[in-house]
Design a protein. Sequence first.
Length: 361
Amino acid sequence: MTRVVGHLDLDYFFAQVEEVHNPSLGGLPVLVCVYSGRTEDSGVVSTANYKAREFGIKSGMSIALAKKRLKGTDARFLQLHHEMYEDTSERIMSLLREETDAIEQTGIDEAFFDITGKSKNDFALAASTASEIKREVLRREKLTCSIGLGPNKVVAKLASDFRKPDGLTVVPPQSVRSFMDPMSVDRLYGVGTKSSALLKEKGITTISDLASADFPLLEGLFGRKIAVYFRDAANGVDDEPVREKSGITQLSRIITLKKDSQDLNVILMQLQPTFENLHGRVTERALVFKSISVIGILPDLSIRTRTKTLDKPTAQLSAIAENAPLLLESLLKECGELRRVGVKVADFDAKAQTSLAEFLR
């Protein structure tokens, strides 16, 4: 059976979230940086928006060099706000779980997903669902993302990178080789700078070259496991399933209210159905949780939370249903009107698993 696998990548995620929360940044070069604290300019660029990239700014570049390249512009250098990015990411991943059969989050800003069942193996139907996911991410979060669809993870990842930002690329099985073959070998998932240099020394510059390369040569360069992966991936072969990564730390469900409100009863009527949804996801994974939070998003898109730590871990629906209203009531006293509201459970462990991303790492 042909699978339909997707990869979602949130475009220049940290900088884009900053732009949403501060609209005055629109049209300016925006860089989100990790400051070391030694001097005003010590540290590196974590993410830059596309305006900054026009000046040659890249992730990992020193802040000092970035400032030299952006001299004379109205560039903004911002400190990381990791909690804000994590909250945004969790909401988007929750949406992705709702719309697909399974997801495997590989970073704060990206995830693989399997949509074989919901699409009934139909790439056209899967593309329609992917378009709807993109529209919902834009509507709910005001963020763009790029999605690739293919018969496996390798192809889906290449497809999501193919047309950015705000792209959707669909590669059905019959188009895999024509899509992949002309690409530079360093575009292939898992081929890093060192691997690419070694391959190019041997005249292997495209994915097509790698697909037909002598296997003993690859084995001598990288060892058997990596050589097998490179050979198969370059030929568009990848049987690894999409599965939830180990180490899941939280699950949440967030809704948009029919209209902004600060009425506890009105909000609870809309929020309560999410309690069972969230509980179902917890029991599905055989997890127990020890903390419950409510999340409130204000009309200005700022975020507030209230959290309770339980005396002992539980998987009971009653723990959510009893504590969430009390936390919400406390939150409303401080915040006033809310635009969106959600519930989160956390402080639990998932069973260990091994994924392609972990293997390559």
